[in-house]
Design a protein around this ligand. Structure first.
Ligand code: SAH
Ligand code: SF4
Length: 339
């Protein structure tokens, strides 16, 4: 925006007006931003193109969770999810169309990676969410489709815009980036002091199981990953990281797993989110039974870990990430008779 001001030969202060109008107040009509000099408006019209993604499908769950499918300029579609909580809404943002990591329990993985999302496309998801919720989105989690650290540059820029006090003004404590464990990306977050929380999808306690369900683990095994996480906390002085653990029935939900998880978390300031596997048509895994879930959690709690069971919200509407997109694609194919 500063560059736009420079190119239009107007005072740099107008970049702030532009930023506040678009990012803070969701204004998409440049002519409606009264503070902008005519010269800048004309320059913007001449040299930029604007695009607002169209909502191509949406679903609302009985628990209030809303899922939106947004169509981008090239026709690709991404999901964003709005999850109501106590007096606040959390929005789940996608960072890629598809994902290259290939986790065997994840629906997004099945179609591989199509492309990275641009910063503007991530900003557009927030703008769509804010519009729908009367600007009530309080938390952003980068836990939608895609591996954010495989799209570092665009995601980092998005995080900066989201937390810019003169822009979208989310508190950095309320923006969380979740990764499947890309160590170089975690190191870049440290170097750049990226203003957000870090969540790690650990999901297993042995390299044997983790490599089976998250192929990336062969390159970045658990010991090296935990070392990087410890360094991250030390370097950033962050209070705690979020550890996500998808519980797959009979695969990573045993008592021995819970005990190993306690050991892995030793000396780490963290909150553990236990995510019971959310099945989808054709999935290879099962959700653990409730008794197993309680036993697993109790082992962690007895070892003084903060452990919370997080049910997938909106289980009655295509719940796991990537599901609305898959469902819409399937029904479109069925409508066109190609199944
Ligand atoms: N790629 C990033 C962020 C997107 S996935 C990552 O993997 O961390 C967000 C979270 O959803 C991850 O913790 C992932 O392990 C979890 N997840 C994916 N598919 C799931 C499913 N079917 N059931 C429950 N959790 C799932
Ligand atoms: Fe990608 Fe995350 Fe799904 Fe793994 S869990 S395939 S990293 S989106």
């Amino acid at each position: 925006m500063l560059e736009l001001c420079r190119a239009a030969d107007v005072k740099p202060i107008h970049a702030e007006h532009l930023r506040a109008a678009i990012y803070r107040y969701g204004q998409t009509d440049i002519d409606a931003i009264a503070e902008l000099p005519l010269q800048l408006r004309e320059h913007i019209h001449r040299h930029t193109s604007s695009f607002a993604p169209a909502c191509t499908a949406s679903q609302q769950s009985a628990d209030g969770t809303k899922k939106l499918l947004l169509g981008m300029a090239d026709g690709k579609e991404v999901e964003t999810v709005l999850i109501p909580g106590k007096g606040r809404i959390t929005q789940c943002i996608s960072t890629q169309v598809g994902c290259a990591v290939g986790c065997t329990f994840c629906l997004t993985a099945t179609a591989g990676l199509t492309r990275n999302l641009t910063t503007a496309e991530m900003v557009a998801q927030v703008m769509a969410g804010r519009k729908l919720t009367d600007r009530n989105v309080r938390n952003l989690v980068l836990m939608g489709m895609g591996e954010p650290l495989h799209n570092y540059e665009q995601v980092a820029e998005f995080v900066r815009i989201a937390t810019d006090p003169k822009g979208m003004a989310f508190s950095p404590r309320r923006v969380t980036l979740s990764t499947s464990g890309l160590i170089p990306g975690i190191r870049r977050m440290m170097e750049d002091d990226l203003p957000c929380n870090l969540a790690l999808s650990l999901n297993a306690t042995t390299d044997e199981v983790r490599s089976r369900i998250i192929p990336l683990n062969r390159k970045y095994p658990i010991a090296e990953l935990m070392q990087a996480i410890h360094e991250y906390i030390e370097c950033r002085g962050d209070k705690r990281v979020l550890i996500e653990y998808v519980l797959l029935g009979g695969i990573n939900d045993t008592l021995a797993d819970a005990q190993r998880l306690v050991e892995l978390m030793h000396g780490l300031k963290c909150t553990v989110n236990l995510l019971p596997f959310n099945p989808y048509p054709g999935s290879l895994f099962e959700r653990p039974d409730d008794r197993q879930l309680t036993t697993f959690r109790n082992v962690l709690v007895e070892a003084s870990l903060v452990a919370v069971v997080r049910e997938s919200r909106g289980r009655d509407i295509s719940a796991a990430c990537g599901q609305l997109k898959t469902e819409v694609k399937t029904s479109r194919r069925q409508r066109h008779g190609s199944l």
